[in-house]
Design a binder for this molecule. Structure first.
Ligand code: NAP
Length: 346
């Protein structure tokens, strides 16, 4: 298969660096362009991220000498991955779509546009139908917020098997979720901050669009209710979410576990390069999942679920863990792009 030329907008940030890393040697995509703000434009990538490359492996060789450009159309690629600060992402992504680029974004700006799929490749591949309604030469597809990406895969498995009435989510979110330099160390070390601006609103609404149905006017939201508490905790990577759910149909603990463990999506059927073999991995130990131990399951693309038990108020409670810059951002966007390519939409 001919590799598609891709660019990364916001290549120097926390999510952008993850894209640069995950796309090294990708069988379907070749990174030909890296772009960021005027602060970085004109420098080699290695110079632009000097002192702020925060991943444990070195900058991949292919990217070191690539010249960072401004985020303006004219880039030599067909598809751009978006990892831009949301203060600028909306307008820049629209401009790229107008000029004919396929935009696969991580930012919140276009998530609720009527004709834009808010995608999680395993959960709602059918929402790609919305692309036909976009009037621009290029197209925009978005990822969800990092906190709910992993949880929504679990909710999809449960909704399909038993139906959902209510979900209560209590997040413990890593500091890397705030980008770099993010939360000041004096605010987060030895502390928990029980507020992340805008996060509870996103957590309560985005899963309902992802789990919704294609309708004449955009997506008809899924009909259950979500309540969320979002907290920043002193963990480097990995968002943990404690979840309680009320089901429409009664289930035993065994049936509940089976529905999660057996869940598969189109990326698994199509054997997409970034698809984990199983999107959900169950842990039976009483003290798992833990960010330090389970974060890299399935190369960071898996949602690890543990502590499944009955809930005295709702029906069941459990804990999910997913990697916020891989499954919650760059990895999920790459999986979306693989699905788009497999369906010959680019
Ligand atoms: P970040 O570390 O702050 O990086 C922001 C990027 O945007 C940098 O490359 C920066 O370039 C670029 N940028 C800033 N202002 C710009 C401008 N005026 N013009 C062009 N480029 C500009 O942020 P992040 O954590 O990677 O997040 C990126 C996006 O992904 C955000 O929308 C965020 O909400 C979303 N997201 C983040 C996570 C996560 O876990 N971190 C997860 C899911 C989604 P310079 O380096 O040149 O300033």
């Amino acid at each position: 298969m001919k590799r598609t030329k891709v660019g990364i907008l916001g290549a120097t940030g926390a999510v952008g660096q993850r894209f640069v890393q995950l796309l090294e040697g990708h069988p379907w995509f070749e990174v030909t362009e890296l772009a960021a703000s005027e602060r970085s434009a004109g420098k080699s990538y290695a110079e632009a991220v000097e002192g702020r490359w925060k991943l444990s492996a070195d900058i991949p060789d292919y990217a070191r000498e690539l010249r960072v450009k401004k985020c303006e159309p004219g880039l030599d690629c067909e598809l751009v991955f978006g990892a831009l600060d949301s203060s600028v992402a909306g307008a820049i992504e629209s401009e790229f779509a107008e000029e004919g680029y396929f935009v696969v974004s991580n930012s919140r700006n276009h998530r609720f546009d009527e004709d834009v799929p808010l995608m999680s490749a395993e959960v709602n591949p059918g929402h790609l139908e919305l692309l036909k309604r976009q009037k621009t030469k290029g197209k925009i597809v978005t990822n969800s917020n990092c906190t709910i990406m992993g949880v929504t895969i679990a909710l999809k498995a449960l909704m399909d098997a038993f139906g959902l009435q209510e979900a209560m989510l209590f997040s413990m979110q890593a500091i890397s979720g705030a980008g770099y330099p993010g939360v000041p160390s004096l605010d987060i070390l030895g502390n928990i901050v029980p507020f992340i601006s805008g996060e509870e609103e996103k957590t309560e609404t985005e899963p309902l669009k992802i789990l919704g149905k294609l309708a004449e006017k955009g997506i008809e939201n899924a009909g259950f209710r979500i309540s969320a508490h979002c907290n920043r905790v002193p963990v480097y990577n990995g968002h943990t979410v404690c979840v309680s759910v009320k089901l429409e149909k009664k289930a035993s603990v065994e049936e509940f576990k089976r529905a999660l463990a057996e869940f598969r999506g189109e990326p698994q059927g199509l054997k997409l390069p970034s698809a984990p073999e199983k999107p959900i991995v169950l842990r039976e130990e009483p003290d798992r999942p833990q960010a330090r131990l389970d974060l890299m399951a399935g190369k960071g693309m898996v949602t690890t679920v543990g502590r499944i038990r009955e809930d005295p108020l709702m029906d069941f409670k459990f804990v999910t863990l997913s990697h916020n810059t891989i499954r919650g951002a760059a990895g999920a966007a790459i999986l979306n792009a693989e699905l788009i390519k497999a369906k010959e939409l680019i």
